[in-house]
Design a protein around this ligand. Structure first.
Ligand code: TYM
Length: 325
C-alpha cells in the first residue's frame, strides 16, 4: 500500500498531532511505502514570519524524527522543494468547481479567524493538498478528523480527472486513528487542540514536566465529580480520559473503574505523572538531534530527490493525458 501525509511547520508538535497522525505514520513506515511531507507552502496561507520559517521547518523535522520517523524506512521531504506540487495544484483548479471549495469548513473557519487575510491561497489550500496526495498515488492518508473533508474533496477531484482524461490517479482514503482522531483543547474541550489557537490548551511533545503538570492541573473539567466518559455532558473529563487512555494504553473502561471512587484532582495528578513519563523519551531524543543538523539537511535532501522522482513521473503521465506534452 502507498501512504502519503503532510504536516504544516507552524508551531511545535502537540499530542493532538501525535496521536491523531504521527503515531500512525510511525507504525505504517514499518510495512508500507510511505511518503511524508513538511508542507511549508500550506503554512504560508495564514499569517507567519518569514524569518522564522526555516527554523520552524528544522524544529518540525527534529520533532518528527524524535517521534519515531525513520528516513531509512520512509521518504521525508519539504513540499516547496518539489515543484510538481504547485504545478499539479494549478491543473486541478482548472476543473474543480468553486462551489466545492467554498464548502470547506477549514476555509470558513480560517477566513473567520483572519478576516484581513482571506487570500486565494487559503481558498485553494485543499487543491494543493489534493496535489500532494495524488502525485504519489497514495491509497491511504493517515490524518486527524479535521482533515477528513479535504480527503473527500481529493477523492472527487481524482475521480473527475480519471473520468475526463483517463485513469491516472488512485482514489485515496483517509485513515483515522480510532481514539486519537480528535484530541480537544484542555482549555476549551469543545474545540480541537491547537498550539496556535490556544497554547495553554495544547500539550507539546517537548513540553517540560512543569509545563505538562500545569496544563493538566488547570485543564477545564465539568460539573459533577464522577470520572466518566460522556462526550455530551462531560466533554472535559472525556477528553482527559481519551488522553489518559492513549498515553497509558489502558482502555477507557478500565480507567473509569480504577478512578471510580476518586476525584478530579487525583485523576489529573495521575494523568500528569504518566504523561510526563511517556513524553520524556521525546525530549531526550530532541537533545541528541539538535546537534545533528548536517545529518538532518542531508536526509531532507535525499528525501527531496526520492520524492521528485515519483512526482515527475506522475506529472509526465498527467501532462500527456491532458495534451500538455
Ligand atoms: P496540520 O499541520 O494542521 O496537522 C497535522 C496532522 O495532525 C492532525 N491534527 C490532529 N489530530 C487529532 N487531534 C487534534 N487536535 C489535531 N490537530 C491536528 C491533522 O489532522 C493532521 O493529520 N492540511 C494539513 C496538512 C497537509 C496534508 C496534506 C495532510 C497538507 N497536505 C496531504 C495529508 C495529506 C494540515 O494542515 O495538517
Amino acid at each position: 500500500m502507498k501512504i502519503f501525509s503532510g504536516i504544516r511547520p507552524s508551531g511545535d508538535l502537540h499530542i493532538g498531532n501525535y496521536f491523531g497522525a504521527i503515531k500512525q505514520w510511525v507504525e505504517l513506515q514499518e510495512k508500507q511505502e510511505c511518503v511524508f511531507s513538511i508542507v511549508d507552502l500550506h503554512a504560508i496561507t495564514t499569517p507567519y514570519r518569514p524569518e522564522n520559517l526555516q527554523n520552524n521547518i528544522l524544529e518540525l523535522t527534529i520533532a518528527l524524527l524524535a517521534a519515531g520517523l525513520d528516513p531509512e524506512k520512509c521518504v521525508l521531504f519539504i513540499q516547496s522543494q518539489v515543484k510538481e506540487h504547485t504545478e499539479l495544484a494549478w491543473i486541478l483548479g482548472t476543473f474543480t468547481p468553486i462551489g466545492e471549495l467554498k464548502r470547506m469548513t477549514q476555509f470558513k473557519e480560517k477566513a473567520k479567524k483572519h478576516p484581513e487575510y482571506v487570500n486565494a491561497g487559503l481558498f485553494n489550500y485543499p487543491l494543493l493538498m489534493a496535489a500532494d496526495i495524488l502525485l504519489y498515488k497514495a491509497d491511504l492518508v493517515p490524518v486527524g478528523k479535521d482533515q477528513e473533508q479535504h480527503i473527500e474533496l481529493t477523492r472527487e477531484v481524482a475521480k473527475k480527472f480519471n473520468k475526463t482524461f483517463g485513469e491516472v490517479f488512485k482514489i485515496p482514503k483517509a485513515l483515522l486513528s480510532e481514539r486519537g482522531q480528535k484530541i480537544m483543547s484542555l482549555q476549551y474541550p469543545k474545540k480541537k487542540m491547537s498550539k496556535t489557537d490556544d497554547p495553554a490548551g495544547a500539550i507539546g511533545i517537548f513540553d517540560t514536566p512543569e509545563e505538562i503538570k500545569e496544563k493538566i492541573m488547570t485543564a477545564v473539567t465539568d460539573s459533577g465529580k464522577i470520572i466518566k466518559y460522556d462526550l455530551n455532558r462531560k466533554p472535559g473529563i472525556s477528553n482527559l480520559l481519551t488522553i489518559y487512555s492513549l498515553v497509558s494504553q489502558r482502555s477507557i473502561k478500565t480507567l473509569e473503574k480504577d478512578f471510580k471512587r476518586k476525584g478530579y484532582r487525583e485523576f489529573k495528578k495521575s494523568l500528569a505523572l504518566i504523561s510526563i513519563r511517556s513524553l520524556e523519551v521525546f525530549r531526550k531524543k530532541r537533545k541528541e538531534l539538535l546537534a545533528r543538523d548536517v545529518y538532518i539537511k542531508e536526509m531532507l535532501n535525499r528525501g527531496k530527490n526520492r520524492a521528485q522522482t515519483i512526482a515527475q513521473s506522475t506529472m509526465r503521465e498527467i501532462k500527456s493525458r491532458m495534451g500538455l506534452i
